[in-house]
Design a protein around this ligand. Sequence first.
Ligand code: FAD
Length: 307
Amino acid sequence: PYDVLVVGGGPAGAAAAIYAARKGIRTAIVAERFGGQVMDTVGIENFISVPYTEGPKLAASLEQHVKQYGVEVITEQRAAAISKDGYVNVDLASGATLKSRSVILATGARWRDLNVPGELEYRTKGVAYCPHCDGPFFKGKRVAVIGGGNSGIEAAIDLAGIVEHVTVVEFADTLRADEVLQQKARSMANIDIIMSARTTEVIGDGSKVTGMDYEDRTTGEIKHLAVAGIFVQIGLVPNTEFLKGSEVAMTRFGEIEIDTKGATSLPGVYAAGDATTVPFKQIIISMGAGATAALGAFDYLIRNPAP
Ligand code: FAD
């Protein structure tokens, strides 16, 4: 058995594994795809002390750093269930079971897609998911935000300070965002809100986004918006389906509940990053959380003898 088994190989998992391995304890990472969401990112300008990098480059340095410490890295394996019998057991979809004295869950999250033509083709070429990350790339341009929930309206308010103009496109005939956010957005001169609008297509010139089409659901008419960027804000889904029915407590949104040391409700099981209740989902925040969870797990190991 391992001392620390990290599930997930994104920034949170990599940081957790390095912090654990530096304690001289037997550490492994099991991940579907090393690098996580970072692999889907082009420019990264907010990884402090590195003014500019690109996702695949950062993912490669994460892997190199992890491997320097002799961490066993198992990729292309998906965790399917977790249970405890003295050791924590992680069952893999392949049928194998990994045993460890402690486990750190760092399975991240995924943005919900629009599933319309052009979205995939223009992802990172104008179709964006993170205003903190990509907002500055659209300075002085017109953008759309799809989704009128809290994250959509927050994104619109945030972007309105950077870009020329923001159009919020909401499917329903009301906004779900908190009233205070709606008021703030309505008070800003460069935000328009369109409701009852079903996004139908992302349009581009072959290399970048030039606009989008939506159906006015009240008339059935197809309308066009000329924009350089489209921020999709229709939900971030934690990759925690495999924990359903386990003793690891989650919110109704599927986020793993953690305390200030990264501990979950199941003793010996810690969690970090986008899969948890952490309010802000960013690379640097996930890394800090991974370090916290590893130190939390180490604290657990020195207080609890091996079974
Ligand atoms: P993830 O990066 O999601 O990694 C999760 C890991 O778990 C992966 O290795 C995955 O394969 C694995 N996994 C998932 N389920 C299982 C399972 N059942 N079994 C085994 N392994 C599993 N943040 C910034 O700070 N700056 C940016 O510029 C930036 N740009 C972004 C651009 C895009 C397009 C996206 C999508 C995100 C961006 N983010 C950015 C957000 C940032 O990428 C995330 O906050 C960060 O990657 C979260 O790290 P994580 O380790 O918690 O999860």
